[in-house]
Write a protein that binds this ligand. Structure first.
Ligand code: GLU
Length: 540
């Protein structure tokens, strides 16, 4: 039996020549591979019926965030519905199914996706959504008349990880215009077409420090960056300039659709018309750039502005925008289709600018307190990227004075308070906050292991960091050995002193009946012996 590395991710092993004969190959089940398949099957077969119902499968996958409409699961779920109308898989069918789903089912069974405790994370997202519902501060944008008609109470949060684990809460299927969020995709398309050198002859990459539609250019007469209006108008000028407007728009909307796993994007015609009617400022920006000869030769200004307004009026829902964000998080590969939409470099450039310029004139504050690449739009859309982990969309139309969604900003604050997703979280911060990539149980057992190791090595700093994070210093490993046992055995006087002042149990007994004092006596660590005797004597 041959096992090869999975071609795409290079992570999980995939079985290439196992067919239905496996279950019959060794009736005794002594083949370790068969045993592992049987364990997987049992992990799914909750009622131990020997038949895995479609329902059991769907529920188990959903708990891990792999949803029924996931394109990667289509074959698998069809296979689970038998030709005779009955549902379910026996062991042999299950084995062949694992092969067809590129390791995804296996990774679900082994809790081996990028956020292993996904159900818990999803519950926390629901909590945050509930906590933020009463927040009704801010006001909807009204400078584009059609935008002012939106129901301001709507509120959605959607998550998609780089493994395609998804969760949505609230109005995640109401459509909204992307508005300024379109600037990210327009910039990426310009980069893909011309490369960064050419693009940045026409647009800078510094935060402007002023409002998104401020009538200002940099010292060279170029827009400050591609994520404010002037810069996005410039990106539009660079996208397929020789094609007609219909083709150019198709090109952009196809890119959005590929970023969102092939789902069709919409277009809000009345927002587009309304914006076009009230676009004096954007026209002024356009003319000011033309005056400075900032545009590529031959640019048709009015057509470029029309194209820009159309890009802003592209519509999708929060679930789709989270998938788009996840494609950015995965370096340009859509997690649900495996399709590479943008080059890694393109995405990297865009994320860098999102980190410094994505949140209007709040970008510096956002980078300081949240630290994640993000882009907001005046429709109340917010796309946040946690590189290598997940994409997030928050949509809530009420905006603060900077033009950012009030609930969107609050969501980000709560996220970085609870999870170590700020890119500059310190080691200490990471232990205080939860690490989404780890199992809670894994985190606990690692904490015990690190504590015992640090106690034996005399690494007081590591112990203090764990203590600050709330680790139980009396905790024992599988053999009943506590950090104090280890420190006593190795004669680590400072650690012993510290642990005793923190009130750990000096008389803890390991599985062989040994106490820290006995360890210290056996190894002849007199100072430690004295400390432990004193601690024991001091006990009430
Ligand atoms: N279409 C809007 C404008 O140009 C975009 C504004 C935004 O979302 O920041 O004014």
């Amino acid at each position: 039996m041959e096992i090869t590395q999975e071609a795409e991710t290079g992570t999980s092993p995939e079985i290439v020549d196992v067919k239905h004969e496996i279950p019959h190959q060794r009736p005794g089940g002594s083949d370790p591979l068969e045993a592992s398949y049987r364990a997987l099957f049992a992990a799914f077969d909750d009622d131990a019926s020997g038949q895995l119902s479609r329902q059991e499968l769907v529920e188990r996958l959903a708990k891990a965030g792999i949803l029924e409409d996931d394109p990667r699961m289509r074959e698998t779920l069809i296979a689970a519905r038998k030709g005779d109308g009955s549902e379910g898989l026996d062991f042999a069918e299950f084995v062949s199914l694992i092969q067809n789903s590129s390791g995804l089912v296996r990774r679900v069974a082994e809790d081996n996706l990028v956020i292993p405790d996904f159900a818990e994370f999803a519950a926390e997202i629901d909590d945050i959504h509930r906590e933020l519902l009463p927040e009704t501060g801010g006001a909807v944008a009204d400078y584009i008349p059609q935008l002012a008609r939106v129901d301001p109470d709507q509120f959605a949060i959607a998550i998609c990880t780089v493994d395609g684990q998804r969760h949505v809460v609230g109005d995640a299927h109401s459509r909204f215009c992307v508005q300024s969020v379109s600037k990210t995709v327009s910039y990426c398309l310009a980069l893909e077409e011309h490369g960064p050198d050419k693009v940045h002859q026409h647009v800078g990459r510094e935060p402007s420090g002023v409002s998104f539609n401020e009538l200002t250019l940099n010292k060279k007469g170029r827009p400050h960056n591609p994520l404010i209006n002037a810069g996005a108008i410039m990106s539009c000028a660079l996208i397929r300039p020789d094609a007609d407007l219909a083709e150019r728009f198709d090109h952009v909307s196809k890119a959005w659709s590929r970023l969102a796993a092939g789902r069709p994007v919409g277009f809000h015609n009345s927002v587009y018309l309304s914006e076009r009617e009230t676009a004096d400022r954007n026209f002024a920006l356009g003319y000011s750039m033309r005056e400075q000869r900032a545009f590529p030769e031959g640019t048709d200004l009015v057509q470029t502005l029309e194209f820009y307004f159309q890009n802003c009026a592209i519509e999708l829902d929060a679930e789709m925008l989270a998938i788009v964000a996840a494609t950015f998080a995965d370096g340009g590969i859509c997690p649900l289709t495996g399709e590479r939409v943008f080059a890694t470099q393109t995405v990297q450039h865009c994320l860098s600018l999102m980190s410094s310029c994505g949140m209007y004139d709040f970008s510096g504050e956002f980078a300081f307190s949240i630290g994640l690449p993000a882009k907001s739009g005046v429709s109340g859309a917010l796309m946040v990227v946690v590189p290598g982990l997940m994409g997030i969309c928050v949509w809530s139309p009420r905006l603060d004075e900077h033009g950012n969604s009030v609930r969107g900003i609050e969501f980000c604050r709560k996220l970085v308070e609870r999870y170590s997703v700020h890119p500059h979280d310190s080691a200490e911060g990471q232990t205080v906050k939860r690490d989404l990539r780890r199992h809670k149980s894994q985190t606990n057992s690692e904490a015990v292991a690190i504590l015992c190791w640090a106690a034996a090595e005399g690494d007081l700093h590591a112990i203090r960091v764990l203590a600050a994070a709330g680790a139980d210093l009396s905790t024992a490993n599988y053999d009943g050995r506590t950090p104090l046992h280890l420190a006593a055995t190795e004669g680590q006087v400072n650690v012993v002193k510290y642990l005793l002042t923190r009130g750990v149990d000096a008389t803890a007994v390991d599985r062989w009946g040994g106490t820290p004092l006995m360890d210290a006596e056996r190894r002849g660590h007199d100072e430690v012996v004295a400390l432990l005797r004193a601690a024991d004597g001091a006990r009430p």
